[in-house]
Design a protein around this ligand. Structure first.
Ligand code: PHE
Length: 448
């Protein structure tokens, strides 16, 4: 891929899969998925999540790939080309990654802190709560944000190269961690929590957990905000889109499940509360490594790989925002990076300080500013962005062109056309709308 005027293309099919999976697989899988699963009762949340991946994630991803490859444009350009009235969806698609990358970089900073604390085993005894709320976290945040800007400055080809090595490695080390975790005494409780727990007291509530699963589906697959439109626009015309739209979610879901396998048996074996929230992975995994031979080494390796997974995702987030300022406002790559890099870092610092006493006491309605920064993309921008994309493809763009794109002008067979159409036109938008209304009612209820 290049970042000159001529639109670059992925070097190879596997390169594309790895880069798309590299965007999808990140902190969402290893940090956010386990903590949401833990807060929402385990098994029932998992079921909702898997259903959303199947009926929403895969069709919407295929739609984004087709939209990107057909138009060969950035998200805003793509929407505008199909129908001017939908330009605002493109603008939403820029706001979303802007907000996400701001707080994502903060979590990335935590990962670096855990890398440096792992060789000596200090990570296992770190006071997570005190760390994330303090000023030290700001320093690590700044380092992570600088790395993201650095890689983006080098252009997107570095994403592809890095993903080729990192993505397979992260799966291998996850397997090692899983083996240790499931063989801890008491580990079966964790597996039961993930795969059999239907106890209504365990944290699952329809109005809270179903919208959380939906938001996580979009977040984890990098959907509803143009990342996959952008990646699709770099795809060559021979590529088999339906296959990619299955492979990427499969890889992403496998990574999330594996993270669950690595974390929950240990959570129960060590008596950590599954609903501990954002610290769950950080508090649990170092304790697993502590119980492993050469744990310092494995722990360090694991967090290094997590750093790369987080970087590939963060790069794709920032890339989405700068592709907009470069295409629309004719800013140079460096100017875009400087302005967006600084503004997202300032916003991220605010998020970070909301975790402690400095800004944590300032509430806007029911949440801190940091809470809103996670809430707005997950519960509003991504689902609504995904819904509007479905509406645009299904009702405005109609299906001739997208089907032609998906079948490579009739050269490949796509047996699920009818199902895909039904999903895009009816099922996905209605499902998203229903869940959105559920969330809205729950939210308004919580204010009362
Ligand atoms: N999918 C990434 C993750 O799971 C986050 C992300 C969202 C990246 C949207 C790009 C776009 O960590």
């Amino acid at each position: 891929m290049g970042d000159n005027n001529k639109r670059g293309q992925w070097g190879s099919s596997i390169g594309f899969v790895l880069a798309a999976a590299g965007s999808a697989i990140g902190l969402g899988n290893i940090w956010k998925f386990p903590y949401l699963l833990g807060q929402n009762g385990g098994f029932l949340f998992l079921i909702c999540y898997l259903i959303f991946i199947a009926v929403l994630g895969i069709p919407v991803m295929l739609g984004e790939f087709a939209l990107g490859r057909r138009t060969q444009l950035n998200p805003l350009g793509a929407y505008r080309k199909i129908d001017k009235r939908f330009s605002f969806v493109g603008v939403m698609a820029i706001l979303t990654p802007f907000l996400i990358v701001s707080y994502y970089n903060v979590i990335g900073g935590w990962v670096i802190k855990y890398i440096v604390s792992s060789p000596t085993g200090a990570a296992a005894n770190l006071d997570f709560g005190a760390f994330i709320g303090g000023t030290e976290a700001l320093v690590w945040h700044l380092i992570f944000a600088a790395l993201v800007v650095f890689f983006c400055a080098k252009g997107a080809s570095s994403i592809e190269a890095a993903s080729k090595v990192m993505m397979p490695s992260i799966f291998i080390i996850l397997i090692v961690v899983i083996i240790r975790s499931v063989t801890l005494p008491g580990a079966t409780e964790g597996l039961k929590f993930m795969f059999a727990n239907t106890d209504p007291e365990a944290g699952f509530s329809f109005a809270k957990s179903v919208p959380a699963a939906l938001g996580q589906c979009f977040f984890s697959l990098s959907l509803g905000m143009g990342a996959m439109i952008t990646y699709g626009s770099y795809l060559n015309k021979q590529e088999n889109l339906p296959k990619q739209a299955i492979v990427v979610p499969l890889l992403d879901t496998s990574a999330a499940l594996m993270a669950g396998f690595a974390i929950f048996p240990a959570v129960f074996a060590m008596g950590i509360e599954p609903n501990s929230g954002a610290g769950l992975a950080f508090m649990t995994l170092p304790k697993v490594f502590e119980k492993m031979p050469a744990g310092g080494l494995f722990g360090t390796l694991f967090f290094v790989l997590l750093l790369f997974a987080a970087l590939t995702s963060a790069i794709s987030l920032l890339e989405c925002t700068i592709s907009f300022t470069m295409d629309e406002w004719n800013w140079s790559r460096n100017k875009s990076l400087a302005i967006l890099g600084v503004s997202t870092t300032v916003l991220g610092a605010i998020y970070s300080l909301c975790n402690g006493s400095i800004l944590g006491g300032i509430m806007i309605g029911p949440m801190t500013i940091g809470g809103w920064m996670e809430f707005i993309p997950d519960y509003i921008l991504m689902p609504i962005g995904g819904m509007l994309m479905c509406i645009m493809i299904g009702w405005v763009w109609k299906f001739d062109e997208p089907i032609r794109e998906i079948t490579n002008d009739g050269r490949i067979k796509f047996s699920y056309i009818a199902i895909w159409k039904a999903c895009i036109k009816w099922l996905s938008p209605l499902l998203i709308l229903a869940v959105f209304i559920i969330k809205l009612v729950e939210f308004l209820g919580s204010l009362a």
